[in-house]
Design a protein around this ligand. Structure first.
Ligand code: MOS
Length: 748
């Protein structure tokens, strides 16, 4: 099904099941410990052996020699795989550094060997006997030190890395109010609950993987490319995933080495990355340095806005897209953005929840707060004054050939593309009222409860809503049961549930009559889980398949025309009704289709918006910061399930508090690795850090986004949170911290 004109009224609008806060279908499995995660699949294939990954002990250089004799002779060892013995491997496009290093070493803990043994303990013990001689080379590990020589990135998210509108330098210099400051964000680790894990089994030249991955089709393609085998020979299953946050978008070492280990051992092999290997072996979010300049007129209107970003990655990597939202969030005639990319020999940088916007807004939304203060305006009023309903950095797309000819005297065509919907102002106003913003003192350091200094902070949130093709297969059987199959994943987001709701609504059956099967490459290719596109696109694919199934059912029932009603397990027309079970017959009915998009996302900017409010208390003597209250008001199209959506947003808000106050991969700039590479040293918030969170969704539908009229919230929820916390800390203390995380040593 092609979606290229705004959605009309359709069965989803009934809202009998879609839009209801139903419990997660996979919830009982997950809380009872019975959801089968990859590493626990003892049942799927017999005779599994265990692989232990050996990581490089240097960051850059090469392996001179590697002595495997002692490891091979150790008890229980079946095989040892290295780059030398693995056969020819190609690096897949989506991996920046090879997943199996050697002789060249590209980063610390890059995998250099896999030891396969009868037991986990034997594999681990033998791995400790692998002796490696390295030739170390000098590397580049410190973003601040190499920032000045960093070239412009070649592109960012398919757009130019730099943008210019008007005369930024002139307008900024002429502005009566100027703000110019530099902000930094830290390297961050996804730190999802379930480590990367894979069981691999070969049957002849066919490979089967039980793994934990967000994007099944990417995983299949990249494994096939790496091994040089046809895609058809790779089957990937990933039905349950214990979190990803972008860290499981790509093929990683666990999967490749399990496949290589299984080939060498001639039996199935399972591999997990121990927690302490995850930060340096897998991907992370790059640190950023961001210079922001904002010039305004006396009345507070922004005349010039500039956002320059530096980040770092391995050679051949990409930048952190932290200035992209600045092209679209606030008005202003003179504009400048850029993304420079330094080569770092740290582990590979890549997407982590709201890549770009999360660190970008962490900086921009402090700068906006600082500018509002200089102008002498309330920060909410300042944001509202500078709202825009078009994307000021982009020219409007050319009028299409079939547009009606322009009449004389008709308004000028828009110069910039409009948003499909943008209710940021409503989010800010609604949130201010609910939060009690009027109690905030504009001057910092004015509210005190005992030793605690109290402050309020606000930030705007912006995250794009991306369109991705997504397909599904839907079956109806003679019991009236509907089975949905798609390679979509559920990374803890609620995909099982919203897909079941979609099919139930479309076919007029109760939820109990729907079975959802996900995460298997033998199913139709979906959008997968990433970039907060999963909810809207995967359900749209299911919608398309259900439209087709409805046609098949109608035909079998002997109905014609489009005035059909699907309800209570029946299809009805006029006064007649036929039970779905009967229409399906013994053979059943199967339909497969997907959603594909035209150019609606070129004509309209499709984005999601929110306002975040935070109250903090800062100990006047120790600088300890406690978040006391958080509120998010979100505008993100139709909310398919307010319960799962709320869970996404409160999880993201929690992650935002981590970015604000705790999370920082500390770099050893001499040796070139992340020192705090486990959850003892890499701190993330726990329940006790987050006392109260409230989430409000504006009641909206976006007919331009998809037939579901939905967008996404999983990444919107983190965007802006760090700045709202930092702004609240400033309001409490009068100390402006521009370097994340905002730790107590920076407040004293
Ligand atoms: Mo997301 S960072 O694209 O999983």
């Amino acid at each position: 099904m092609k979606f290229d004109t705004p959605a009309k009224e359709n069965p989803i609008d009934q809202g009998k099941i879609v839009g209801k806060p139903v419990d997660r279908i996979d919830g009982p499995l997950k809380v009872s410990g019975t959801a089968p995660y990859a590493y626990e699949r003892h049942d799927v294939v017999a005779n599994q052996a265990y692989g232990w990954v050996v990581g490089s002990a240097i960051a850059k250089g090469s392996i001179v020699s590697i002595d495997l004799a002692a490891a091979k002779a150790a008890p229980g060892v079946i095989a040892v795989v290295t780059a030398e013995t693995a056969g020819k491997l190609k690096k897949a496009k989506r991996n920046t550094a090879p997943l199996l290093g050697g002789p060249e070493i590209r980063h610390y803990h890059q995998a250099i060997a896999l030891v396969v043994a009868e037991s986990f303990e034997q594999a681990r013990a033998a791995a400790n006997l692998v002796r490696v001689d390295y030739a170390k080379e000098k590397g580049s590990f410190d973003l601040a030190a190499v920032k000045d020589g960093a070239p412009m990135a070649s592109e960012v998210n398919g757009e130019a890395a730099a943008s210019k509108v008007g005369d930024f330098a002139g307008a900024f210099a002429a502005a009566p109010v100027q703000h110019d400051a530099t902000y930094t964000t830290a390297h961050e680790s996804h730190s999802m609950m379930e480590p990367h894990a894979t069981i691999a089994a070969w049957e002849g030249d066919r490979l089967t993987l039980w793994t934990s991955n967000q994007m099944i089709a990417w995983n299949v393609a990249d494994m096939a490319e790496t091994l040089g085998i046809p895609k058809e020979n790779v089957r990937v299953m990933s039905p349950y995933i214990g979190g990803g946050f972008g860290g499981k978008l790509f093929l990683r070492a666990d999967a490749l080495l399990a496949a290589l280990g299984a080939r060498a051992a001639k039996r199935p092999v399972k591999v997990t990355l121990p927690r302490a290997m995850m930060p340096n072996n897998t991907t992370h979010r790059s640190a950023t340095i961001q210079r922001i300049r904002i010039g305004t007129a006396r009345d507070g209107k922004i005349t010039a806005i500039g956002h320059e970003v530096w980040s770092g990655d391995q050679p051949g990597g990409g930048p952190e897209a932290a200035a992209m939202q600045t092209r679209a969030l606030y008005a202003g005639d003179h504009r400048l953005t850029s993304h420079r990319l330094a080569v770092l020999d740290l582990p590979e940088a890549n997407a982590m929840r709201a890549p770009g916007e999360a660190p970008g807004l962490a900086a921009l939304e402090i700068a906006i707060d600082e500018t509002a203060e200089k102008v002498g305006m309330d920060p909410i009023e300042f944001r509202i004054l500078n709202d825009t309903q078009v994307v000021p950095d982009k020219p409007a797309p050319p009028a299409s050939a079939d547009a009606p000819p322009k009449k004389e005297g008709e308004a000028k065509p828009p110069e910039h593309p409009p948003f499909s919907q943008r209710q940021l102002v409503r989010c800010l106003r609604d949130g201010a009222e609910r939060f009690g913003w009027e109690k905030r003192k504009a001057k910092p350091g004015q509210t005190r409860e005992g030793n605690w200094l109290i402050g309020y902070g606000v930030a705007a949130a912006f995250r794009n809503s991306l369109l991705m093709p997504s397909a599904a297969r839907v079956r109806l059987d003679d019991k009236g049961v509907v089975t949905v199959e798609t390679d979509m994943t559920d990374i803890g987001t609620g995909s099982y549930t919203i897909i079941a709701q979609t099919a139930a609504e479309m076919l007029g059956v109760p939820l109990e009559k729907v079975v959802v099967k996900l995460g298997d490459s033998s199913f139709p290719v979906s959008c997968g889980s990433g970039g907060q596109w999963g909810g809207n696109n995967s359900t749209s694919g299911v919608y398309a398949a259900c439209v087709k199934l409805r046609e098949l059912i109608a035909k079998k029932a002997g109905f014609d025309g489009d005035d059909l009603e699907f309800a209570d397990g029946e299809v009805r027309q006029g006064g007649k009704s036929v039970a779905l079970a009967k229409a399906a017959g013994e053979e059943g009915l199967v339909a497969e289709d997907g959603i594909e998009y035209g150019d609606l996302d070129k004509k309209y900017q499709q984005s999601t918006f929110a306002a975040h409010f935070v109250e903090v208390a800062v100990d006047a003597f120790t600088g300890e910061t406690r978040v006391r209250r958080m509120l998010a008001v979100c505008a993100a199209g139709r909310i398919l399930n307010p319960k799962t959506a709320r869970s996404q947003v409160i999880g993201a808000m929690t992650m935002g508090v981590g970015a604000a106050l705790m999370e920082e991969l500390a770099v050893d700039t001499r040796l070139g690795f992340f020192v705090n590479h486990d959850l003892a040293g890499y701190e993330v918030p726990v329940h006790a850090d987050i006392p109260q969170q409230e989430v409000v969704f504006l009641d909206e539908t976006d007919p331009i986004s998809s037939p579901m009229k939905a967008k996404g919230v999983g990444e919107l929820g983190i965007c802006g949170v760090a700045a709202a916390v930092a702004n609240a800390v400033y309001n409490a203390t009068g100390v402006r911290v521009r370097d994340y995380p905002v730790k107590l040593d920076k407040l004293l």
